[in-house]
Design a protein around this ligand. Structure first.
Ligand code: PLP
Length: 255
């Protein structure tokens, strides 16, 4: 392993050394450091700096004490799929940890009738999947005096269950957001490949999302972030260029 890995692991273990020795924290600590270690290795295999992908810890369906323990351990970016659930957790976590700044990311499909609430709860939305939704989020963000980071969710397969913008529509939606929606800060693209037992089969999907991002760049829309990879496949996603991985069960266990 390179020096960078050891430095990263050392820094992580310092942050965690002042923990209360209860079981929940202990087991979370093991799982989180395991995920970080695998993230570092995957990045280095791809010739990238070990910390070049960020961990979005997906806390959906997990109770507040688990989320709270994760925050105590130093996690600062949390992913949720449901607006009401995230709102309740955010309020509680803010009360319990008034000094920590947590970034709340919406990773699930956002229904248009939940946009107003979502804008007040989330700092980043990964799942912008239509021009109408982008317009709604922009106007509520404007009214709230807030700028939101957003990603366009791209539909990479024909599965009915997956939401997202078809590949051919991504350039137009990106341009529309950049030109017309001044309360949105378009930072990247997000995708969810179909589920495969063998995560290696996700690789072509991840690669395609990166290619779409690179094509946008060559057409004058440079985007930094690729949100791709979950518990089952985050290492492959990082090898293919992910800058944000959304990991739930690998940290918190089965839901
Ligand atoms: C639930 C969820 C995740 C996390 O899934 P795990 O398999 O638990 O890591 C990531 N992204 C999205 C969009 C999700 O809904």
């Amino acid at each position: 392993m390179s020096l960078w890995t050891w430095v990263t692991i050392f820094i992580l273990s310092c942050q965690y050394s002042a923990l209360p020795p209860d079981n929940l924290s202990d087991s979370l600590l093991k799982r989180i450091s395991g995920v970080y270690r695998r993230m570092c290795h995957a990045a280095m295999r791809a010739g990238r700096p070990p910390d070049s992908a960020a961990l979005v810890a997906v806390t959906k369906y997990f109770p507040i004490d688990v989320v709270s323990a994760a925050v105590d351990l130093g996690l600062r970016v949390l992913g949720e799929s449901y607006v009401a659930e995230a709102a309740a957790k955010r309020e509680q976590i803010q009360q319990d940890n008034p000094l920590s700044t947590i970034s709340w990311h919406m990773i699930g499909h956002l229904q248009r009738n939940k946009v107003k609430k979502a804008v007040s709860v989330f700092d980043c939305i990964h799942s912008i999947d239509s021009a109408a939704l982008a317009g709604d989020v922009d106007s509520y963000a404007g009214r709230a005096g807030k700028t939101l980071d957003v990603l366009i969710q791209v539909k990479l397969s024909d599965e009915d269950t997956k939401t997202g913008v078809a590949q051919v529509g991504v350039f137009e939606l990106a341009g529309r957001i950049i030109n017309n929606h001044k309360n949105l800060n378009l930072i990247g693209l997000m995708a969810m490949p179909p589920f495969f037992e063998d995560p290696e089969r996700c690789r072509p999907y991840f690669r395609r999302l990166r290619e779409i991002r690179d094509t946008l760049g060559s057409r004058g829309i440079p985007l930094r972030e690729l949100s791709m990879g979950m518990s089952n496949d985050f290492e492959i996603a990082i090898e293919e260029g992910a800058t944000m991985v959304r990991v739930g069960s690998e940290i918190f266990g089965e839901r």
